[in-house]
Design a protein around this ligand. Sequence first.
Ligand code: ADP
Ligand code: MG
Length: 322
Amino acid sequence: MQKLPDQTNQNTGAIETVFTSLGTTNRIQVLSYRDRTAAKAALKRAEARVRELHDNLSVFQPESELSLLNASAGCGGVPVGKDAFALLSESRRYSAMSGGAFSITTRALSALWEIHARCGTVPLRSEVEHARALVDDQDILLDQEAQTAELRRFGQSVDLGGIAKGFAADEVRNILLDGGVTEALINLGGTICVIGGVKHVGIQHPDSVTGIAMGRISLTDACAVTSGDYERFYEVDGTRYHHILDPRTGYPAASGLRSVTLIGQSALALDALSTAVFVLGAEAGLPLIRKAGLEAVFVTNDMNVFCSEGLRGSFELLVSAP
Ligand code: ADP
Ligand code: MG
């Protein structure tokens, strides 16, 4: 694990931390605050909170609550902590809201595709069908009183990769606000939250190196989350297989989008819905986006970029359409 030292810029008084957790690189920059000591303490607490969420919620940690839940699928309920319970419950809600496009029980499929990615092969249709039959977020049974969770059927499993970074970003923002921070830029592997004044956030070019933007949006006291096919993928015979799966087909989502970026107040909502909209496509996704009161930037397969009406004043196209 790489941990860069707490860096302090004496000129601006900025404080920042960069660390690896939640399977990604996280950067939290605190730019203005009421009290420097309190802001530093808040930044420390924020980093510790992200690490705690990783330890409890990652399915890649064998002892995490989520790994224990997966290991007990079909065998009854297991106790889960407050965070896991809340995220499982929110996940079920977003799954229902998106007609199943967002389903954390896609883990059965992701696990299959991950094995084939390692081998550079594509799963057989029968393997995909077998895993797809295990996907149904209504099979996540939650008992509020007992604080237990259960996966109804043997072989089912969940992962919070599509929602956890959003939850973590909201937590970081709240901790910083409590610590008297008045301006900050939170970036948890591309899940972005801005506290205070205007910050420009790039819309990544799907086929260019990281950091090359197709456009940019300006954010003030808001969050932006992107789901795209360029984050994690492998290729076989010229076909790209990426990590966001369509629970209806069992294959990587092919809805005509290269990426969707959602803008709003709750990073958790943005994270869940950006994954859902990436699966559904722009047309089927727009009603969801409107209902949730969010704004969106879409990059389509033919590299057209378009945004929702509310962004017309704050979205800037940097690369002209083909
Ligand atoms: P990223 O993790 O690249 O920011 P997303 O938020 O869209 O992108 O989440 C993708 C992750 O969510 C995948 O790596 C996988 O763990 C999980 N996932 C894949 N497909 C779905 C889906 N249809 N619904 C919910 N989670 C999914
Ligand atoms: Mg997501």
